[in-house]
Each structure stands twice: as structure tokens, then as C-alpha cells.
Write a protein that binds this ligand. Structure first.
Ligand code: CTP
Length: 479
């Protein structure tokens, strides 16, 4: 137990005084616990999520607070978990009754019994998350720290309150949380806890994918995601959660020809991109950009290692992976798929002579995601050869310049054909038919190839020519 520490300034928000009065009226002890206290002691920007533990009925306390607090939201009650939540101004308060819990081996469903504050602290994940602040008016802001969590904060250590086998077995998601906190806070996982994670990594399989992805996203949002991802790998968790990524591990050599280790390369790419963007899904695209390489890897005695079609296959794999992990199957997955599928396009252009039509096609296909694609491709440069590095960056600069020129001249982003289907039907006096698609495709191709400008007049002329070649006759008024 840490000696008499008080954190009165953590309780400045007026909600705490009201809560304290309400608890006194109900004759309940209550405490602020968990992340809010931890983050306060770490001087991390004021957390807006506040966990309250009541020795007694946490749901009743939440209801009573909502009644006493003008402007508070309705209380959401989660009966199964014995928890309740309310919003007030910009903060969210979560209430739970102090409890002893024991979990059955194959399920996350705990058997819960009411307990003391100490019981409740025992069943939390890490000593630094078991810190509690008293809201009792007689010991306002007193820190209750039975496991010397304050010392562990100073030593930057993640230690479980109980034997780690028990803590992690109770809720295997905590293995991911250990790694997430290590990555987020730059803490070390205590060796015994680390061993325990390695021993029971398999138990992560009983956890709902949504909860795993939540932690994974937090790791992906840290400034250097490779820190957390490599811990996941070492623990054996990454292999279970993202086998497509660990399949990239290793270097093969045939006839003196080696390919790079695409797993460690991928982690470098994720770190690179995280230096330039906070966009979570762009970071995911970096993590998955090479996953098609494991199943497409071949050795060709003439040209060495090849990964033909890995981008296309990778895009398909992204969809399966998102589905398996219950990740959003909306525009997010489409965005990641698109970036993965297009991830080699700019480098191919950069390595070759940069033709206008290749750039035009890139602008057309990438559309609004062009900037992100370029960011991904620049992050993909991990060569340690300074000459090559310089050459690639210069090539990309040329591509970017060409993109700017093409954009200014041809306005291809969000391309709308200068002649639409209705106009084609009107011109030739026809109804819907395959001819319309053919004519539109011809016009689009001619624009992308630079044969005609992206303008109405030129497009109309080509429409007439193509229509006639297909055997159509323009009606008089169209000429
Ligand atoms: N907790 C736990 N085991 C879990 C999840 C949470 O013991 N698997 C406890 C910890 O005491 C934690 C508290 O519940 O501090 C609140 O959990 P949560 O809000 O998920 O995390 P925070 O610790 O508040 O951290 P963050 O806000 O960064 O997620």
C-alpha cells in the first residue's frame, strides 16, 4: 500500500462532489478507479472516461446521480454485467458494483458475487489499473493502492495484481491489453506476466473478435505500431489473429537469390506511414499491403523471386480478413482493398519512364484516394541502400509532379464522362443497349490514352464516329 497519497486535483470536476453526496445519501462507499486515475498520475491529457466502483449497487448509484445532475443523460443499464453508464457534458461515467468474480475456463461469462473494494481491485488487470481514489468526504482524494501500482507507474511496469496465470486466464483479452499498454505508454511487461502470456496465447481464441480489434486498433494508433505488433508476434498472438501477416516472415534463398523478409519490411512500412498520417485505415493498408505475397511467391530461375498478382490477391484477402475479425464491411474495407490492390502502381510508374497515360490512369483509378496511395507507396520504401532510396524518392517526386500537371489539364479525379448515356441514346435515337457502354468505354479510353482531351466537343465527335462504326445512324437533329 502506498503511503498516504492524495490526488485532490484529479477530482476538480463538479460531478465528483455531487456523486459523493449522492453516495452518502445512499450510504454507499464509492471510488474513482482504473484508467482515469492512472492517466492522472501519468499526467496524460485528462481522460473523459471515468470508471466508478461502488461498494454496493452501482446501478442504483448511477440512477441517483442522474436524478441529482441536471443535464445528465439517461442511464444505460447493462444488467448482465451489473454495470451502468451515463453521459454528462463531455464526460462518460461508468458504474459498477464492487465484486468478486470467477470465470469458467472456456467462457468469458463470469460468476459474480458482491465484494469489497479490495476484492474488486484484486480482479483488475494490472496494478496500475487497480488504483482507486476515495470520494468519501472524510478522505477526499485518498489513493487506495494495495499493490504499489504507483511504484509500478514510476518503474513503467505492467504487473498483474494476482498470479498472472489467473489474471490472464480470467480474461484473455488482457494479454492484448498488456501489449497495448506497453506500446501506448512505453512500459515493460513484467517477465512473469510475459511468460504467462506466451504460455496461454491460444486462449485469445475465446475472445470476441470485436474486442480484439479494439485493442489492435489502439496499437495501430500508437506513434510506432511495430512496438506492439512485434510484441504480439513474440507472444504468439499475431499468428493467431493475423496469420496472413506472419506468413510473410522469413527469407528464402535459391541459387544464391534471396527475397527480403516481407514481415519485418511490413512493420517498417507501418512505422514509416505512422510518421506521416494518423489515419487508422491507411495504417491498416500499410499493414496488409503485402499479404498477397506469401501465397503468390514463386522462384523463376530466369528472373528470381516473383510475386505475380499479389496485389490483386491481397485485395481479396483483405475482405476475408475483415470479415473474419468482424471489422467494418463498408467503405473502410473497400478503401483498404483498393489501396492494397493498387499498392504497386505508383512504383511501377516511378521505375519506368513516366508516361502521361500511365499517370492519367493512376489518377483515374485512385480518384479521391490518390494522396493516400502516394503516401503508402512512399512509406513502402525501406531500402537501406542510400542511392536506391534517393532514386525512388526522386522518381516519386516526378510522379507527383506529373500528377499535378495531368490533374490541372485533364480534371480526371472523380471522372464524369463528358458524354453520358442519355446523350448517346438521344443522338442515335436508341433505347438502353450494350452500344452505350461500348461508346462510353471508347471515350474513356481515348481520354486516358491522351488521344482526345477530356472535353465535351472532342468526346461528342468520337461518340459519333464510334456509333457509326457500330452501325448506328445519328438522327438528323443530333448533327
Ligand atoms: N479492466 C480489467 N480487465 C479488462 C478491461 C478492463 O481489469 N479486460 C479494468 C481495469 O481496471 C481498467 C478498467 O477496467 O482500468 C477500465 O477499463 P477500460 O476503460 O477498458 O480501460 P482503461 O484502463 O480505462 O484504459 P483506456 O481508456 O486507455 O482503454
Amino acid at each position: 500500500m502506498s503511503p498516504n497519497i492524495y490526488c485532490v486535483e484529479a477530482l476538480n470536476h463538479p460531478v465528483f462532489k455531487t456523486l459523493s453526496h449522492v453516495a452518502q445519501n445512499l450510504d454507499l462507499e464509492c471510488y474513482v478507479i482504473g484508467g482515469y486515475v492512472r492517466d492522472h498520475l501519468l499526467n496524460r491529457a485528462g481522460s473523459k472516461d471515468i470508471d466508478i466502483v461502488a461498494v454496493g449497487d452501482g446501478i442504483a448509484l448511477a440512477q441517483a446521480l442522474a436524478d441529482a445532475l441536471p443535464g445528465a443523460s439517461e442511464v444505460s443499464v447493462f444488467k448482465n454485467y451489473g454495470t451502468a453508464m451515463l453521459h454528462y457534458q463531455d464526460i462518460t461515467l461508468e458504474f459498477v458494483g464492487a465484486r468478486k468474480e470467477s470465470y469458467t475456463h472456456n467462457s468469458r461469462n463470469p460468476k459474480v458475487a458482491p465484494g469489497s473494494l479490495a476484492d474488486d481491485q484484486n480482479r483488475r488487470d494490472f496494478t496500475i489499473n487497480a488504483l482507486a481514489l476515495s470520494l468519501d468526504q472524510n478522505q477526499w482524494g485518498a489513493l487506495l493502492d494495495p499493490f504499489t501500482g504507483v511504484d509500478h507507474l514510476a518503474a513503467k511496469l505492467l504487473i498483474t495484481p494476482l498470479d498472472p496465470q489467473v489474471t490472464f486466464s480470467d480474461d484473455p483479452l488482457r494479454m492484448m491489453r498488456a501489449i497495448r499498454f506497453a506500446a501506448q505508454l512505453d512500459f515493460t511487461i513484467d517477465p512473469q506476466a510475459w511468460l504467462s502470456i506466451k504460455n496461454q496465447a491460444e486462449r485469445i481464441k475465446i475472445i470476441a473478435p470485436e474486442r480484439i480489434v479494439d485493442e489492435l486498433n489502439k496499437i495501430m494508433s500508437t506513434p510506432k505500431p511495430s512496438a506492439g505488433l512485434s510484441l504480439m508476434y513474440e507472444a504468439g498472438l499475431l499468428d493467431i489473429i493475423l496469420p496472413e501477416v506472419t506468413a510473410l516472415l522469413g527469407v528464402e534463398e535459391i541459387e544464391g537469390q534471396r527475397h527480403k523478409d516481407n514481415f519485418w519490411h511490413t512493420l517498417e512500412v507501418v512505422d514509416n506511414i505512422s510518421r506521416t498520417t494518423e489515419k487508422l485505415w491507411l495504417r491498416w493498408a500499410a499493414l496488409l499491403h503485402d499479404i498477397g505475397k506469401a501465397p503468390t511467391k514463386r522462384f523463376d530461375p530466369k528472373i528470381g523471386w516473383t510475386f505475380h498478382g499479389h496485389e490483386f490477391l491481397g485485395g481479396k484477402m483483405v475482405h476475408k480478413l475483415f470479415k473474419r475479425l468482424h471489422m467494418p464491411l463498408n467503405e473502410k474495407v473497400k478503401y483498404v482493398q483498393k489501396l492494397v490492390a493498387m499498392s504497386s502502381r505508383p512504383i511501377i510508374i516511378a521505375e519506368d519512364f513516366v508516361t502521361d497515360s500511365a499517370v492519367r490512369r493512376l489518377v483515374f483509378d485512385a480518384s479521391d484516394d490518390l494522396e493516400d496511395l502516394m503516401t503508402l507507396c512512399e512509406a513502402d520504401i525501406t531500402t537501406k541502400n542510400p542511392k536506391k532510396q534517393k532514386r525512388y524518392m526522386q522518381n516519386f517526386a516526378t510522379v507527383r509532379q506529373k500528377i499535378a500537371e495531368v490533374e490541372q489539364r485533364d480534371h480526371l479525379r472523380n471522372f464524369q464522362p463528358p458524354v453520358d448515356g442519355a446523350e448517346i441514346m438521344e443522338t442515335f435515337g436508341i433505347g438502353p443497349s450494350p452500344f452505350i457502354g461500348q461508346i462510353k468505354e471508347t471515350i474513356k479510353e481515348a481520354i486516358l490514352e491522351g488521344e482526345i482531351p477530356n472535353q465535351k466537343e472532342a468526346a461528342r465527335a468520337l461518340m459519333l464516329k464510334k456509333g457509326i462504326s457500330l452501325g448506328l445512324t445519328p438522327i438528323n437533329s443530333a448533327l
